[in-house]
Ligand binder design. Structure first.
Ligand code: X8Z
Ligand code: ZN
Length: 638
């Protein structure tokens, strides 16, 4: 999520990784915009430059000056309301209860009302000749909302309430087993830890099925959310919400979908090779009865609740002679550092690149660990609540290598938010949402053995003979993720455009999971299940294509920054820690926010104007050679 708090980010997402919609606060009791802020456009706007009805003293006209005045006013109003939504959203995420949800929904309702109204006003400038900058801002204003509502106050309120309710259901969700005194409940965080470590297929299956019980009650809410938001998108001139979501990438929406597919086709051979090898290793470990040697891999065996990243089963996948160069979890635990210390490690990386240290308020206001006394949304997110320096992360940190990486991911959002905080409101965003997701991951690619030695977590840098192990570990997270990153929004796009009806939600989900990932549910599924709802970003309404983009982009960024740092060795050994030249390049690009089309930002950092999967493919080339050799007598595919 992104923005003030992610909500604002997407023009109106408040936080990164959490698309709670902003609200609007500056609305007087009557519910109409304050006089000073009011803009209206008369019906007599037939001639160029026609002056609309005066809003207070000044009048706003359908002219270039009128557009700029309108934008100034719109941004001021949105920014103020976004701040209110952010605070309400923070409370709703860190104290899940009826009242926090009520307050948040009200804030979101107000923000959505304002944003929709302004988007419709912005459309009135469609036929006015404008400079590119003004046009860009108006377009962004029209595309800002992640979930637009139609201009009906009841529907706007209903949409906001559904959003808060589903987030709360997910955040408070638990799997309980046993009865009466014997009942024991597990949080998602606890289940995630077991899924990562346990090799007991029966237990893994139980948790896999158990967690998914959280979702069926969400299904009617989700259906209704889609219905209302689609109507909202249509009122804004889009065919449906799918088109609106895909319109935010400085290119036509269908071209964006086609580019995603094109990138996927470039990395697919790598995924297929990894899948083939992992399937064989799982078969060796569990045997035919649990993990068949052919076909799709049972989804509960991959070390992750959603089978989206597989790094936790490295011990099963590695060869005997392929020792990991290190176990990051072990290093974290051995060092004795606290959860907050882990965040300090992340901060230190960014400050070594010339970023300002995090403000004191970050340390006071962030949520680092899971509170014992209440339900919270544990899914990690990064927030900027005031559009300035009130940045925070919200996590339930465990002392694991995985969470150390996630901390870097979240801090990437925060440092991005902070460095573009002098941009106008509409530009306080990533160049596109993939950029926002890629920053922290890019930095985390520099968590190499050389770096870990520099910060005293490791004594010796392992020899090159350990590189394959390191690459395998990385691939189990980075490459395994790609089809999942692609399919989540493929599913949503089909749902939004009506290709997939509610009666087929789960079937369509599993078709994509099977086709793209080559995995299958460990037990029979039906439409009584709503498995997409068991993944945070569906009830949380966070677009997901961004993570696919980010996986591709972060390797482009890493390659460019390593070049800038003058590193000449293999990319997987490069770390930009403490490198001024790389830091400057990164900071300059991030400071642009969304002020320019994303290819400009990409060019500023990498010299390229397109997404280029060659960087990730090159990074893993030595592993690909190894996988091909391992797979040579195997029948791959599913
Ligand atoms: O949601 C996230 C971040 C917050 S933006 C923790 N990620 C995706 C996920 O967990 O599904 C990062 C990787 C993909
Ligand atoms: Zn993120």
């Amino acid at each position: 999520m992104k923005k003030l708090a992610l909500v604002i980010a997407a023009t109106m997402a408040v936080s990164a990784c959490d698309n709670r919609q902003s609200d609007q606060g500056a609305v007087p009791q009557s519910g109409s915009p304050s006089a000073a802020a009011q803009v209206s456009y008369g019906a007599d706007d037939t001639s160029a430059g026609t002056v609309a009805r005066a809003a207070t003293e000044g009048s706003i006209s359908l002219s270039p000056e009128g557009a700029r005045a309108f934008l100034d006013d719109a941004q001021a109003r949105l920014e103020k309301m976004a701040e209110e939504v952010s605070h309400a959203g923070w409370v709703a995420s860190t104290y899940i209860n009826l009242d926090s949800q009520y307050t948040e929904a009200l804030a979101v309702e107000r923000y959505t009302t304002l944003a929709v109204e302004l988007a419709q006003e912005a459309a009135k400038f469609d036929n006015v000749e404008l400079d590119p900058e003004t046009r860009r801002m108006l377009t962004m204003l029209k595309q800002g909302l992640v979930l637009p509502a139609p201009k009906d106050p009841e529907l706007t309120a209903e949409l906001a309430q559904i959003g808060s309710k589903m987030q709360g259901m997910y955040g408070a969700g638990k799997y309980c087993t046993g009865e009466g005194d014997k009942e024991k409940c597990y949080t998602l965080t606890e289940m995630g830890q077991v899924m990562a470590k346990s090799r007991d297929p029966k237990l893994l299956k139980e948790l896999w099925v158990g967690w998914r019980k959280v979702a069926p009650p969400m299904k009617p809410l989700y259906e209704r959310q889609v219905e209302i938001a689609n109507a909202g998108a249509q009122e804004l001139g889009y065919d449906n919400l799918s088109v609106m979501w895909r319109s935010k990438y400085d290119m036509p929406p269908d071209a964006f979908a086609a580019d995603m597919d094109a990138q996927w086709s470039k990395v697919k051979p790598l995924y297929e090779a990894l899948h083939c090898h992992v399937r064989a290793k799982l078969n060796e470990h569990y045997g035919d009865g649990v993990a068949p040697a052919q076909g799709k891999i049972p989804a509960h065996l991959l070390g992750n609740m959603w089978a989206q990243e597989w790094g936790n089963i490295y011990d099963i996948v590695k060869d005997d002679d392929m020792q990991a160069p290190y176990d990051l979890t072990e290093l974290v635990v051995k060092s004795g550092m606290s959860e907050k210390d882990m965040v300090k490690v992340g901060e230190k990386f960014f400050t070594s690149l010339g970023f300002k240290p995090l403000p004191e308020t970050f340390w006071e206001r962030s949520q680092f660990t899971q509170p014992r006394d209440r339900d919270v949304v544990c899914h990690a997110s990064a927030w900027n609540l005031d559009g300035k320096d009130d940045i925070r992360i919200k996590m339930c940190i465990n002392k694991t290598g995985e969470d150390l990486i996630t901390i870097h991911h979240e801090l990437g959002h925060n440092f991005y938010q902070r460095i573009y905080n002098t941009q106008p409101f509409l530009y306080k965003e990533g160049a596109n949402d993939g950029f926002h997701e890629a920053v922290g991951d890019t930095v985390a690619l520099s968590i190499t053995p050389k770096y870990l030695k520099q910060i005293g977590l490791m004594d010796e840098i392992p020899g090159e003979d350990k590189d394959l192990g390191y690459l395998m570990q990385q691939a189990l997270d980075k490459i395994a993720f790609l089809p999942f990153g692609l399919l989540v929004d493929k599913w949503r796009w089909q749902v939004f455009n009506g290709e997939v009806k509610p009666g087929d939600y789960n079937k369509a989900w599993w078709k994509l999971r099977e086709d793209y990932q080559g995995i299958q549910a460990p037990v029979q599924r039906s439409e009584a299940n709503f498995d997409p709802g068991a993944k945070y970003h569906i009830p949380g309404n966070t677009p997901y294509a961004r993570y696919f983009l980010a996986r591709i982009q972060q390797f482009q960024f890493h390659r460019a920054l390593c070049d800038a740092a003058g590193e000449t060795g293999p990319l997987h050994r490069c770390s930009i820690f403490k490198n001024d030249a790389a830091g400057k390049k990164l900071r300059n690009m991030l400071a642009m926010g969304a002020s320019k089309p994303w290819p400009d930002a990409m060019e500023a950092l990498t010299g390229q104007r397109e997404l280029d999967a060659a960087a990730i493919v090159d990074y893993f080339q030595p592993l690909m050679v190894y996988l091909q050799e391992q797979n040579k007598d195997r029948q791959c595919g599913w």
